[in-house]
Design a protein around this ligand. Structure first.
Ligand code: GRF
Length: 190
């Protein structure tokens, strides 16, 4: 049987709205993936429920179940190999991958971040941009390297911060843009 698309692993730890957007894009054939799995390190995360509902294979790997990070990652890598994963899309995965992992999947791990990188790295990028009173923030999709929220950019789009913006209103616009941009970024590199 000929392969019609990539095998995609989405790594997420939380809500999973980007996971849901990617699954929608795959199902609508806007992203050419023949197979998708979710890798999650938080069994209670809402993304797990979303994946089950969407009938996506869920790989749950808890860091606490392993003494060393290498063993935790080896367990993930074993599943990635089993499913012949071509591309890893981090979507709110709240862990840094080790240099060994990044090397193994060199140029095949991407991340989405809610700011115009290199500005506002870290877990509170939207809040930090609002607090800094910058005129623009945005969304970045980039290749993953050994530093947090760092690596060659694939796509970046701006959003204007307006004077009436609250964290909630800005978050809503950023997330809507993320859901559009992540599928586009994947198509760009395929
Ligand atoms: C997104 O803002 C993403 O850019 C960041 O983590 C958040 C995940 O949100 N890396 P969700 O779980 O996809 O809703």
């Amino acid at each position: 049987m000929s392969k019609t698309g990539i095998n995609l692993a989405i790594f997420a730890s939380g809500n999973g709205s980007n996971f849901a957007a990617l699954i929608r894009a795959v199902r609508q054939r806007k992203v050419k993936a023949s197979f998708v799995i979710l890798v999650c390190d938080q069994p209670e995360a809402f993304v797990v429920e979303r994946a089950k509902k969407a009938k996506v294979v869920v790989i749950l790997v808890k860091r606490e179940d392993f003494a060393r990070r290498e063993d935790f990652e080896a367990a993930i890598i074993q599943r990635l190999k089993y499913y012949k994963i071509d591309l890893i899309a981090l979507a709110g995965f709240m862990r840094m991958l080790s240099p060994g992992f990044v090397k193994l999947y060199r140029n095949r791990i991407i991340n989405i971040h809610p700011s115009l990188l290199p500005a506002f790295k870290g877990a509170h990028a939207i809040r930090d941009a609002l607090a800094a009173k910058v005129d623009f923030t945005g969304v970045s999709v980039h290749f993953v390297d050994n530093q947090m929220d760092h690596g060659a950019l694939i796509l970046q789009k701006k959003i204007k911060i307006i004077s009436t913006d609250t964290l909630d209103s800005l978050e809503k616009r950023i997330h809507a843009l993320e859901h559009k941009l992540y599928p586009e970024a994947i198509n760009k590199i395929l």
